[in-house]
Design a protein around this ligand. Sequence first.
Ligand SMILES: Cc1cc2nc3c(=O)[nH]c(=O)nc-3n(C[C@H](O)[C@H](O)[C@H](O)COP(=O)(O)OP(=O)(O)OC[C@H]3O[C@@H](n4cnc5c(N)ncnc54)[C@H](O)[C@@H]3O)c2cc1C
Length: 417
Amino acid sequence: MVKRIGIVGSGDGGTLTANLLAAKLSAQIKQDQVSIELFGKDEAHVFQPGNLDVAFKGASPEQFVKEESTLLKPGVRFIAEPVTRINLADREIALLSGGKRSFDYLILATGSESFPEGIDGLTKEGLFFHKGPFDSRKIWLALQNFQGGNILIAITGVPHKCPPSPNEAAFLVDEYLRKRGIRDKANIKFLTPYPRAYPSSEIAKTVQEEFDKRGIEIASFFNADSVDPKNKTISSLEGDTFSYDLLLAVPPHRGAKVIRDSEIGSDKDEWIPTDKRRLNVKNYNNVYAIGDATDIPTSKSGVVAHLESVLLSKNLTREVIGREEDQEVYNGRINCPMEMGRRRAIFVSATYSEPPKYQSPSFVKYEMKRAFGRLYWSAMKGSWEWLFRLYFGKTSTKLESEEILIKPSKSEPLIAK
Ligand SMILES: Cc1cc2nc3c(=O)[nH]c(=O)nc-3n(C[C@H](O)[C@H](O)[C@H](O)COP(=O)(O)OP(=O)(O)OC[C@H]3O[C@@H](n4cnc5c(N)ncnc54)[C@H](O)[C@@H]3O)c2cc1C
């Protein structure tokens, strides 16, 4: 009987997982023993780090968007239609057109979505670099018209995509204004709910040193409450208020609508309850979640989605071919670049058990960030896995014997041996 693998979400994680599975299971696909169906809202695949280049360097939005079908390997069937409902217990997916698809294994890679409506007044006033390349373009246009005043870079909700991105925005705004020769006419302030310039204390040291050199001010413990469009101010739950001429905001994020509608999400933000090592959706042994969509305590970043895709495609292949005893678990490896202007960068690197270490910005790291960006589209096909294996080193470990599971029947909870 054919084993049907469904993947919902054709972004970073979903696309790579589909391609890696298609390569590993190509023989089984040819013999009609396995099918892979990838569901995406539409044909557009966005390279999201490009938003920063659009917003702060004037790059064209179009260059960061490609057609999903061109990124897929033979063996992946792509259905460009929104999924409206997912029934995990009945193993069924409903599509916008009314069609239904069944699955034996399901991977949820539905990402996270910006939700500026979560803060009163923010939708009207905020300029966003997390909503997509075309929204990011509005920042570039606003910066070009800017002649002086207060620029606020405000984190208005956590967790959000790419933890370093707000800091990058502050550095790149500073750099842009210096190039234009009007830096002295602007105050740049960084508003964050964290107690320091970056969540990790060691990375915060580097960021604070660089903020100090550029005269970027910081307001910590700022939990955004509301924006007052009339007076052009933003206020926090703590009672602080700052006025702005430009409000560059990281909006609150939440899980995809289909996860909310299908009642899969675990809390008010609708992140999918996911085992942080095995990546299965809790209480299901045939459903997995990767990338931004999960509630795993790590960064919402492309690198995490990528490493989880690699691990999951190996484990699922082992499961399909009956080698479950060889399964591995994710060690929480992250590796997020932070561009700091002046062609310098750092990489925030950690695992579940090792926190990030202090580091100094360098040109080499900046060039590495740019190089990873250039590799993105071919990396979606799995072309650079040999290089990433060398670079990332160990990203998973073997299952402990007590973690090996008795295979439960349909929808039964996982049972440890
Ligand atoms: C400004 C910015 C800078 C960034 N920089 C970096 C960086 O330098 N390094 C890094 O590692 N990461 C970076 N990221 C983060 C990275 O882009 C994301 O973390 C990554 O794309 C997450 O991958 P994903 O597969 O989980 O989600 P996504 O790539 O967002 O894909 C989710 C997909 O699911 C689809 N979907 C949702 N609902 C449905 C539905 N109902 N039916 C069908 N499909 C659906 C969506 O349309 C989308 O295609 C950055 C992000 C931003 C915004």
